[in-house]
Design a binder for this molecule. Structure first.
Ligand SMILES: Nc1nc2c(ncn2[C@@H]2O[C@H](COP(=O)(O)OP(=O)(O)OP(=O)(O)O)[C@@H](O)[C@H]2O)c(=O)[nH]1
Ligand SMILES: [Mg+2]
Length: 805
C-alpha cells in the first residue's frame, strides 16, 4: 500500500524546495510567500511506495484565501498518513503556531526545522531534543536548499506513518479545557478518538466550515454555545482570540526553553539593503532601472548576439565555427559590396526613393552609409518590393552582383570553418532525395521556416529567464510588491496583484492561477483580467523581432513593452475600479518580507530551464502544427480562375490571404491592415509565438515603424493565447466573466493601438481625419474615466500593514 506524506508549513518555509529535492521534480520556487497555489504529488526517490504531496503554505488551519483552502482540505478530508511539518528555523515563533494545530489533527507529525544553514550562520542555537519533548513529535534539522538531512527527515516521516502516533502535549487553561471536554462529550464522541480534540477546538472557535461539515442538532448547539459563552465571559475575550492567545503563550514558553538567539538587535544585511531598495523615493526608479536592464540585456545585448547566431546561423545560411574568420569575411563582403552592389546607380536610386518618402528607403540608405552589409541585406529583403513599387527598382543591380550567376562573391568557407545552417543542409538533402516541390516547400518554408523562426528566439528567452529567476529567488521581487502597493493602493488596487504579474512574466497560465492568493473576490477578478498585459515569455519573440527588424535593435523598444504592460494594468485598474462591478476598498496588504539570500546556481538554472523547456515543447507541437496549417493555407488558392495548390501562389489569392483580407479592415485604423499582420494577430490567439511563426513562413513585409509599434502593442495587450484563456475560465469559474475579460482586453488593446497610430500619424504626415477624431474620442473617454469620474461608493484605503521578520 502507498504511504502518503504531506509537506505542510508556513508560506516561504521551503516546502517546494524540499519537495523538489525529495522527488526530483521541478516545481517553481520563489522567495516570497504564496508561490505554490495547487497541491502537487511526487514519488519519493528510491521509495516507489511513498507519495509526497507539496501543499500551498498556510499560517494556520483557518483559511482565508483559496490556496489555503486547498491545503487545509487536503489535510482534513484526505488525511495523509503522516505530516512532515516544514518550519523556518529563522522564525520559530510564528511557524510553531501552525505546528500546535497540526499536532491536534491526530495524524502523525514530524517537524523538520529548515534553513538550518542560515540559523547556524547567524550563530543561533535550537535544542531539538527539548523541542521534540515539548511538542510530542520527532524533530529533525534540515537545509532543503543545501540538501542536508532531507532523506533522514523523509525516513522519519515514513517511520511515523507506519507506527507513530502524535498526541498533542499542549493543554489550554482550565476553563477552556473544561469547555473542550464538554464539547467532545456532546458533539464528537462518535468520531475516531485521535480526531476528537481538533474538532472540539474548532467547534469552540465556532469555525463555520467545521460546523457545516458535522451538522449538529440545534439542542446540542445551544448547549455548546452556553459553554463557550461562559468561558468568554470569564476570560473577557472572544473564543477564537482566547485559543490564539493561549497558543502563543505556550509557544513563548517552549521557545524560551530551547532557542538561543545570538544576533539580537543588530541590523541584518537584509534590513540594510531594504533601507535602499524600498526607500520611499528611490524604490521606483531603482525598480524601473532594474527591469530596464533585464529587458535590455535579454533582448538587445547578450540575448541578441545569441539569437542572431541562432536565426542567421543555425536556422539561416550557416556560421563560422567559434566565430573565427567572421570579421575577415565581413570585411571582404563589405569591400565587395562597396565595389559591386552599392554602385552610384543604386545609391542615387535609393536616395531618390528616400527623398520621395518610399517606405524602407531610409533604412537602406543608412545601411549603405554605415557600410553595414548585414543591415543592408536585411533592409533590402524587407523593402526591395516597396522600392520597386515606388518606381525605384534596385533588384537588377543586386541580382547582378549577388545573384546565382554573379562571380567573385566572397565565399565564407574560405575564411574559416563554415558550418552550414539547418535549412541549407536540409535543402541539400531534399535535393539529393529528389523530393517533389511541394514537400520541399512544406519542410523548408512551412516547418523549418515557422518552427525555426520561433526557436531562434530561445537564447534571448534563456537570458531573460535567468535574470528573472535570479530576481525572484533572491527576494527582490517580493519587495517590489510592497513598493508597487504604495502606488496601486492610491488607485484602489492591492500590491498583491503584483505577484501574479510577476509569475506571468514567464507564462500567463501560472500567473493567472497565482491570483488565488487574493482574498477579495473583486480584486481577484480584476487581477485575472489584467495579469496577461505583462509580456509573457511567448511574447518576447514578437518584441525581439520587431525591435530588430524595424527599429534596428533600438535600446528602448523591449523595455518599453514591459512598462506598457505595467501602465496598462494601472490604467485598467483605475478605470475598472470606478465601475460598480469592481468598486470597493482593496484588502489591506499583509505580506511577510523574506530575508534576501543568494539563490543556488542549480535553482536558477532549473527555473530557467523549466520555463524554456515548456516553450520548446510548444514549438514542437502547437507551433509545428499551426506552421503547417499556415503554409498550406498560403499554398492553396485560386490561380487562373481555378482552385489549386501551388508553392508559387500569390498571397492575395491564397486561402489564407482571402481570410486575411476579409478581416484586415478591422486593423486598418491601427495601421497594420495588411494580410500578414492580420493573419499573425489571429494566429496569436493559438499561441503568441505564432505571430513570429507567421512572419517566418510568410516572410517579413515592410511596415512603417509606427504601424509596427502599434502592431506590437496590440499583440501584447489583446486577448492572450488559448491556454491562458482556459486558465481565465477556470479561475473565474464563470463563462460570463471569461467573455467579459477577453472582451475588455481586446477593446483596451484596440483603443491604445488606435491612439498610438493615429496620434503618431500626425508626426509622420499620414494624417487621417476620421481616424484622428476617433482617437481623440477614445482619449477623451479614457481621460474622463481616469480623472473626472468619481469612485462609486469606494473610499480610498489608507491603511497599509507591513509585517517583517
Ligand atoms: N538559505 C536557505 N534558503 C532556503 C532553504 N530552503 C528553501 N530556501 C529558500 O526559501 C525560499 C522559499 O522556498 P519555497 O520552496 O518556494 O517555499 P514554499 O514553502 O514552497 O513557499 P510557498 O509555496 O509560498 O508556500 C526560496 O527562495 C528557497 O530558495 C534552506 O534550507 N536554506
Ligand atoms: Mg511552495
Amino acid at each position: 500500500m502507498n504511504l502518503r506524506i504531506a509537506l505542510a508549513g508556513n508560506p516561504n518555509s521551503g516546502k517546494t524546495t524540499l519537495f523538489n529535492a525529495l522527488t526530483g521534480s521541478n516545481q517553481f520556487v520563489g522567495n516570497w510567500p504564496g508561490v505554490t497555489v495547487e497541491k502537487k504529488e511526487g514519488k519519493l526517490k528510491k521509495h516507489n511506495d511513498v507519495v509526497i504531496t507539496d501543499l500551498p503554505g498556510i499560517y494556520s488551519l483557518s483559511p482565508y484565501t483559496l490556496e489555503e483552502v486547498v491545503a487545509r482540505n487536503y489535510l482534513i478530508t484526505e488525511r495523509p498518513d503522516a505530516i512532515l511539518n516544514i518550519i523556518d528555523g529563522t522564525n520559530l515563533e510564528r511557524n510553531l503556531y501552525l505546528t500546535t494545530q497540526l499536532t491536534e489533527l491526530g495524524i502523525p507529525v514530524v517537524v523538520a526545522i529548515n534553513m538550518m544553514d542560515v540559523v547556524k550562520k547567524n550563530g543561533d542555537r535550537i535544542n531539538t531534543e527539548e523541542l521534540s519533548h515539548e511538542l510530542g513529535c520527532k524533530v529533525v534539522e534540515i537545509s532543503a536548499l543545501k540538501g542536508t538531512g532531507i532523506m533522514e527527515a523523509a525516513e522519519a516521516a515514513i517511520d511515523a506513518a507506519k507506527n507513530g502516533k502524535t498526541v498533542p502535549m499542549h493543554t489550554f487553561s482550565g476553563t477552556v479545557e473544561h469547555a473542550l471536554a464538554h464539547i467532545e462529550e456532546a458533539a464528537v464522541h462518535n468520531m475516531p478518538e485521535e480526531q476528537q480534540r481538533w474538532y472540539a477546538v474548532k467547534i469552540f472557535e465556532r469555525d463555520d466550515k467545521v460546523l457545516e461539515q458535522i451538522q449538529l442538532d440545534q439542542a446540542v448547539l445551544d448547549h455548546i454555545e452556553a459553554d463557550i459563552k461562559a468561558v468568554e465571559d470569564e476570560l473577557d475575550d472572544d473564543a477564537e482570540s482566547i485559543i490564539t492567545n493561549e497558543r502563543y503563550v505556550y509557544i513563548g514558553q517552549i521557545i524560551k526553553g530551547c532557542y538561543r538567539k545570538r544576533s539580537a538587535g543588530r541590523l541584518s544585511t537584509s534590513d540594510k539593503i531594504d533601507k535602499v531598495v524600498t526607500n520611499r523615493f528611490a524604490a521606483l526608479p531603482i525598480f524601473a532601472a532594474v527591469m530596464f536592464l533585464v529587458y535590455y540585456i535579454a533582448v538587445s545585448t547578450v540575448g541578441t548576439f545569441a539569437t542572431d547566431w541562432a536565426n542567421d546561423g543555425v536556422f539561416g545560411d550557416g556560421w563560422h565555427l567559434f566565430g573565427i574568420g567572421t570579421s575577415a569575411y565581413e570585411d571582404a563582403v563589405t569591400d565587395y559590396a562597396a565595389e559591386n552592389v552599392w554602385t552610384d546607380e543604386m545609391i542615387s536610386a535609393v536616395d531618390a526613393a528616400a527623398g520621395m518618402g518610399v517606405i524602407g528607403a531610409e533604412e537602406i540608405q543608412s545601411a549603405i552609409a554605415d557600410e553595414d552589409f548585414g543591415a543592408f541585406d536585411g533592409a533590402y529583403g524587407s523593402y526591395a518590393d516597396a522600392l520597386a513599387e515606388g518606381g525605384y527598382d534596385i533588384s537588377e543591380i543586386y541580382e547582378a552582383a549577388l545573384g546565382e550567376e554573379a562571380e567573385g562573391v566572397p565565399d565564407p568557407s574560405e575564411y574559416g570553418v563554415w558550418v552550414p545552417g539547418i535549412p541549407v543542409l536540409v535543402e541539400k538533402g531534399l535535393e539529393a532525395a529528389n523530393c517533389p516541390e511541394w514537400l520541399n516547400g512544406l519542410i523548408l518554408d512551412g516547418i523549418i521556416g515557422g518552427v525555426g523562426a520561433v526557436l531562434g528566439f530561445v537564447p534571448q528567452m534563456l537570458v531573460l529567464f535567468i535574470l528573472l529567476a535570479f530576481l525572484e529567488s533572491c527576494g527582490y521581487m517580493a519587495r517590489i510588491a510592497f513598493v508597487l502597493d504604495r502606488i496601486f493602493r492610491k488607485f484602489g488596487l492591492s500590491g498583491k496583484s503584483f505577484i501574479p504579474m510577476l509569475i506571468g512574466t514567464g507564462c500567463g497560465v501560472p500567473g493567472i492561477m497565482a491570483s488565488r492568493t487574493i482574498e477579495n473576490e473583486r480584486d481577484r477578478r480584476m487581477t485575472i483580467m489584467t495579469t496577461t498585459f505583462i509580456p509573457c515569455g511567448a511574447k518576447l519573440p514578437i518584441i525581439a523581432l520587431i525591435a530588430s527588424a524595424l527599429f534596428g535593435g533600438a535600446w528602448w523598444v523591449a523595455p518599453s513593452a514591459y512598462f506598457i504592460g505595467i501602465a496598462a494594468i494601472i490604467i485598467s485598474g483605475i478605470m475598472l475600479k470606478k465601475t460598480k462591478m469592481f468598486a470597493g476598498d482593496p484588502a489591506p496588504f499583509v505580506m511577510e518580507l523574506p530575508a534576501y539570500h543568494w539563490p543556488t546556481v542549480g535553482n536558477v538554472l532549473r527555473s530557467m530551464w523549466e520555463r524554456a523547456w515548456s516553450f520548446i515543447k510548444k514549438a514542437g507541437t502547437i507551433i509545428l502544427l499551426s506552421s503547417i496549417v499556415i503554409w498550406a493555407g498560403s499554398c492553396f488558392g485560386t490561380m487562373d480562375g481555378a482552385f489549386t495548390f501551388s508553392t508559387e501562389m500569390e498571397l492575395e489569392n491564397s486561402v489564407l490571404g482571402m481570410i486575411g483580407s476579409a478581416l484586415c479592415w478591422i486593423f486598418s485604423p491601427l495601421g497594420f491592415g495588411n494580410i500578414k499582420a492580420t493573419v499573425a494577430t489571429v494566429m496569436g490567439l493559438v499561441a503568441k509565438e505564432e505571430v513570429v511563426g507567421v512572419f517566418g513562413v510568410l516572410d517579413f513585409e515592410g511596415m512603417t515603424r509606427l504601424a509596427a509599434y502599434s502592431f506590437l502593442v496590440f499583440n501584447l495587450l489583446c486577448a492572450p493565447c488559448f491556454a491562458a484563456i482556459g486558465a481565465i475560465k477556470r479561475e473565474m469559474n464563470s463563462a460570463k466573466w471569461t467573455w467579459f475579460a477577453i472582451g475588455y482586453q481586446c477593446v483596451f488593446a484596440y483603443a491604445i493601438s488606435l491612439m498610438i497610430y493615429q496620434f503618431g500619424s500626425i508626426f509622420t504626415g499620414d494624417l487621417n481625419v476620421i481616424g484622428l477624431i476617433a482617437a481623440i474620442a477614445v482619449l477623451a473617454g479614457m481621460m474622463y474615466m481616469l480623472f473626472i469620474k468619481r469612485y462609486s461608493e469606494a473610499k480610498k484605503l489608507t491603511k497599509r500593514v507591513k509585517v517583517t521578520k
